[in-house]
Design a protein around this ligand. Structure first.
Ligand SMILES: C[S@@+](CC[C@H](N)C(=O)[O-])C[C@H]1O[C@@H](n2cnc3c(N)ncnc32)[C@H](O)[C@@H]1O
Length: 187
C-alpha cells in the first residue's frame, strides 16, 4: 500500500479528474483514486480476468461508488472513449511489455495527460544475485520476465517527460511523466 500510495500521488489527481486504472485487478487502488478525484471525478478500471474484475465489481458495489466504470477487456483491444486526465499502471508488467496494449492506451490519451507506473524490476547489476528473488516474487503477477531490467522503456516512447525513482531496495520502481503532445504515434 505505501508504494501504491506513492505512485498514485505522482498522478497529482484533482477533484473531477478522469483516471484510467490499467489492468485494475480487484480494484485495490480504487479507494485512493476515489479519495483523489472525488464524486465529481471518474475512475475507469479495465481488467482481463473475469475473476479479478468480479471482485472489483463487488468492491465498487460495497463502497457505493457511482463514478467507477469497469470494463472486462484486454488493454490491447479495449475501446476507451473517455477524455483521460491520468493513467495508472500499478504492477502491470504484462501490459507494459505489450506494444499493442500500449499503442491502444496511448491512442486514447490526450497530450499532457499524467501517467504513473510502478512495479518490480531487476536491481542494479552489483545486486544481480537478488534477481532470482525478484523473479520468485514477481512470478504470480506476470507471464513474462522480459524487460525486467527497464520495464518502463516501451511506455516512455509515448511520454514527453519521464522521471523515475527506485523503491524496495532497488527491486521496484515508480515512474511518472506526461503523455506526449505529438500525436505521430496515433496514426
Ligand atoms: C499484479 S495484477 C495488478 C492489479 C492492479 N493493477 C493492482 O495494482 O492491484 C496484474 C493484473 O493485470 C491483468 N492483466 C494482464 N494482462 C492484461 C491485459 N492485456 N489487459 C488487461 N488486464 C491485464 C491481470 O489479469 C492482473 O489482474
Amino acid at each position: 500500500m505505501p508504494l501504491r500510495r506513492r505512485t498514485i500521488d505522482r498522478l497529482k489527481l484533482r477533484a473531477g479528474d478522469t483516471v484510467l486504472d490499467v489492468a485494475c485487478g480487484t480494484g485495490l487502488s480504487f479507494d485512493l483514486l476515489h479519495d483523489a478525484v472525488g464524486d465529481s471525478g471518474h475512475i475507469i478500471g479495465v481488467e482481463l480476468s473475469p475473476e479479478m474484475i468480479e471482485l472489483a465489481r463487488r468492491r465498487v458495489a460495497e463502497a457505493g461508488w457511482k463514478n467507477v466504470t469497469l470494463i472486462e477487456s484486454d488493454m490491447a483491444s479495449v475501446v476507451l472513449s473517455h477524455q483521460l486526465d491520468a493513467i495508472l499502471f500499478n504492477f502491470t508488467h504484462d501490459v507494459l511489455r505489450s506494444k499493442p496494449a500500449l499503442a491502444n492506451i496511448f491512442a486514447s490519451a490526450r497530450g499532457g495527460a499524467r501517467v504513473a507506473l510502478a512495479g518490480m524490476k531487476y536491481p542494479p547489476r552489483w545486486m544481480a544475485p537478488v534477481n532470482y528473488v525478484v523473479r520468485a516474487q514477481a512470478r504470480p503477477y506476470m507471464t513474462t520476465f522480459e524487460g525486467l531490467a527497464a520495464p518502463w522503456d516501451l511506455a516512455t516512447d509515448y511520454l514527453q517527460s519521464f522521471e523515475r525513482e527506485s523503491a524496495l531496495f532497488g527491486t521496484a520502481y515508480i515512474g511518472w511523466g506526461r503523455v506526449s503532445m505529438l500525436d505521430h504515434f496515433k496514426s
